[in-house]
Design a protein around this ligand. Structure first.
Ligand SMILES: [Fe+2]
Length: 171
Protein backbone atom coordinates (compact mmCIF):
# COMPACT_ATOMS: atom_id res chain seq x y z
CA UNK A 1 0.00 0.00 0.00
CA UNK A 2 1.56 3.27 -1.10
CA UNK A 3 1.14 6.59 0.69
CA UNK A 4 -1.50 8.78 -0.92
CA UNK A 5 -0.33 11.60 -3.17
CA UNK A 6 -2.64 14.30 -1.87
CA UNK A 7 -0.30 17.09 -0.78
CA UNK A 8 -1.78 19.65 -3.18
CA UNK A 9 -5.30 19.04 -1.86
CA UNK A 10 -4.08 19.47 1.72
CA UNK A 11 -2.29 22.69 0.80
CA UNK A 12 -5.38 24.04 -0.95
CA UNK A 13 -7.45 23.18 2.11
CA UNK A 14 -5.02 24.97 4.43
CA UNK A 15 -4.94 28.00 2.13
CA UNK A 16 -8.74 28.27 2.14
CA UNK A 17 -8.94 27.56 5.87
CA UNK A 18 -6.55 30.40 6.65
CA UNK A 19 -8.54 32.72 4.36
CA UNK A 20 -11.97 31.69 5.64
CA UNK A 21 -11.43 31.32 9.37
CA UNK A 22 -11.63 35.05 10.02
CA UNK A 23 -14.91 35.51 8.12
CA UNK A 24 -17.95 36.63 10.11
CA UNK A 25 -21.39 35.08 9.71
CA UNK A 26 -23.36 38.16 8.74
CA UNK A 27 -25.37 37.70 5.55
CA UNK A 28 -24.28 34.09 5.19
CA UNK A 29 -26.68 31.37 4.08
CA UNK A 30 -24.74 28.91 6.25
CA UNK A 31 -22.36 29.48 9.15
CA UNK A 32 -18.74 29.67 8.12
CA UNK A 33 -17.92 27.11 10.83
CA UNK A 34 -20.20 24.63 9.10
CA UNK A 35 -18.62 25.30 5.71
CA UNK A 36 -15.14 24.74 7.13
CA UNK A 37 -16.16 21.54 8.89
CA UNK A 38 -17.87 20.28 5.73
CA UNK A 39 -14.78 21.11 3.67
CA UNK A 40 -12.57 19.00 5.93
CA UNK A 41 -14.90 16.04 6.35
CA UNK A 42 -16.07 15.81 2.74
CA UNK A 43 -12.48 15.87 1.51
CA UNK A 44 -11.62 12.85 3.67
CA UNK A 45 -14.70 11.01 2.41
CA UNK A 46 -13.77 11.93 -1.15
CA UNK A 47 -10.39 10.21 -0.75
CA UNK A 48 -12.00 7.07 0.64
CA UNK A 49 -14.56 7.12 -2.18
CA UNK A 50 -11.75 7.52 -4.73
CA UNK A 51 -9.96 4.45 -3.34
CA UNK A 52 -13.14 2.42 -3.55
CA UNK A 53 -14.00 3.56 -7.08
CA UNK A 54 -10.51 3.75 -8.58
CA UNK A 55 -10.56 7.53 -9.06
CA UNK A 56 -7.72 9.98 -8.44
CA UNK A 57 -7.82 10.68 -4.67
CA UNK A 58 -6.19 14.09 -4.97
CA UNK A 59 -8.56 15.33 -7.66
CA UNK A 60 -11.51 14.00 -5.66
CA UNK A 61 -10.23 15.77 -2.55
CA UNK A 62 -9.70 19.03 -4.45
CA UNK A 63 -13.25 18.85 -5.79
CA UNK A 64 -14.58 18.28 -2.28
CA UNK A 65 -12.50 21.13 -0.86
CA UNK A 66 -13.73 23.53 -3.53
CA UNK A 67 -17.29 22.36 -4.18
CA UNK A 68 -19.08 24.85 -1.90
CA UNK A 69 -16.69 27.76 -2.41
CA UNK A 70 -19.47 29.95 -3.87
CA UNK A 71 -21.42 29.54 -0.63
CA UNK A 72 -18.47 30.88 1.35
CA UNK A 73 -16.98 33.46 -0.98
CA UNK A 74 -20.14 34.53 -2.84
CA UNK A 75 -22.63 33.94 -0.01
CA UNK A 76 -24.86 32.13 -2.50
CA UNK A 77 -27.11 29.26 -1.54
CA UNK A 78 -29.34 29.02 -4.60
CA UNK A 79 -27.38 27.85 -7.63
CA UNK A 80 -24.10 27.93 -5.69
CA UNK A 81 -22.82 25.15 -7.93
CA UNK A 82 -23.54 26.88 -11.24
CA UNK A 83 -22.05 30.13 -9.91
CA UNK A 84 -18.85 28.50 -8.66
CA UNK A 85 -16.62 28.81 -11.74
CA UNK A 86 -15.06 32.21 -10.98
CA UNK A 87 -14.48 31.29 -7.32
CA UNK A 88 -12.88 27.94 -8.16
CA UNK A 89 -10.66 29.58 -10.76
CA UNK A 90 -9.77 32.33 -8.29
CA UNK A 91 -8.75 29.84 -5.59
CA UNK A 92 -6.68 27.81 -8.07
CA UNK A 93 -5.00 31.02 -9.25
CA UNK A 94 -4.12 32.02 -5.66
CA UNK A 95 -2.85 28.50 -5.07
CA UNK A 96 -0.77 28.39 -8.25
CA UNK A 97 0.65 31.88 -7.70
CA UNK A 98 1.87 31.35 -4.17
CA UNK A 99 -0.32 29.17 -1.98
CA UNK A 100 1.31 26.01 -3.33
CA UNK A 101 4.79 27.10 -2.20
CA UNK A 102 6.96 24.37 -3.76
CA UNK A 103 4.25 21.91 -4.71
CA UNK A 104 3.24 21.41 -8.33
CA UNK A 105 0.62 23.77 -9.76
CA UNK A 106 -2.89 22.63 -10.57
CA UNK A 107 -3.03 22.32 -14.36
CA UNK A 108 -5.68 23.62 -16.73
CA UNK A 109 -6.80 20.08 -17.49
CA UNK A 110 -7.17 19.35 -13.79
CA UNK A 111 -9.05 22.62 -13.35
CA UNK A 112 -11.47 21.51 -16.08
CA UNK A 113 -12.08 18.19 -14.33
CA UNK A 114 -12.63 19.96 -11.00
CA UNK A 115 -15.05 22.44 -12.56
CA UNK A 116 -16.95 19.74 -14.46
CA UNK A 117 -17.89 18.23 -11.11
CA UNK A 118 -18.32 21.34 -8.95
CA UNK A 119 -20.73 23.16 -11.26
CA UNK A 120 -23.29 20.32 -11.30
CA UNK A 121 -23.00 18.99 -7.75
CA UNK A 122 -26.39 20.34 -6.68
CA UNK A 123 -28.25 18.11 -9.14
CA UNK A 124 -28.36 15.05 -6.92
CA UNK A 125 -31.18 13.46 -8.95
CA UNK A 126 -29.22 13.65 -12.21
CA UNK A 127 -26.85 10.82 -13.07
CA UNK A 128 -24.08 11.23 -15.61
CA UNK A 129 -21.07 9.40 -17.00
CA UNK A 130 -18.72 11.90 -15.32
CA UNK A 131 -17.31 9.87 -12.39
CA UNK A 132 -16.07 13.02 -10.64
CA UNK A 133 -19.51 14.64 -10.77
CA UNK A 134 -21.06 11.46 -9.40
CA UNK A 135 -18.35 11.36 -6.73
CA UNK A 136 -19.09 14.80 -5.32
CA UNK A 137 -22.85 14.25 -5.42
CA UNK A 138 -22.42 10.99 -3.49
CA UNK A 139 -19.83 12.40 -1.09
CA UNK A 140 -21.82 15.58 -0.40
CA UNK A 141 -24.86 13.42 0.42
CA UNK A 142 -22.81 11.04 2.55
CA UNK A 143 -21.16 13.84 4.50
CA UNK A 144 -24.55 15.40 5.27
CA UNK A 145 -25.83 12.00 6.40
CA UNK A 146 -22.81 11.43 8.65
CA UNK A 147 -23.34 14.86 10.23
CA UNK A 148 -26.87 13.75 11.11
CA UNK A 149 -28.58 16.05 8.63
CA UNK A 150 -31.79 15.28 6.81
CA UNK A 151 -30.91 13.15 3.80
CA UNK A 152 -34.13 12.24 2.07
CA UNK A 153 -35.00 11.36 -1.53
CA UNK A 154 -32.13 11.78 -3.97
CA UNK A 155 -29.51 12.13 -1.24
CA UNK A 156 -30.87 9.06 0.52
CA UNK A 157 -30.58 7.00 -2.67
CA UNK A 158 -26.95 8.08 -3.06
CA UNK A 159 -26.06 7.44 0.58
CA UNK A 160 -27.63 4.00 0.76
CA UNK A 161 -26.15 3.07 -2.64
CA UNK A 162 -22.62 3.85 -1.51
CA UNK A 163 -23.04 2.30 1.95
CA UNK A 164 -24.30 -0.88 0.32
CA UNK A 165 -21.32 -0.86 -2.02
CA UNK A 166 -18.93 -0.83 0.94
CA UNK A 167 -20.86 -3.55 2.72
CA UNK A 168 -22.95 -1.49 5.14
CA UNK A 169 -26.62 -2.38 5.27
CA UNK A 170 -28.18 0.69 6.83
CA UNK A 171 -31.87 0.44 5.97
FE1 LIG B 1 -21.54 20.38 0.06
Amino acid sequence: MNNLEIKRANRMMLMLFSEWKGHGNEGRPLKIEWNIMHMFTSSQLAKLYALKKGLDPEICALIAVLHDIAVVEGKFRENHDGLATEYVKGAIKRYNEGGRYKLEPITEKETETILSAVVVHGYKSDYSDNPYAEMIKDVDSLDAYLHGLDTQKDRHIRVSGFLEEIGIDNE
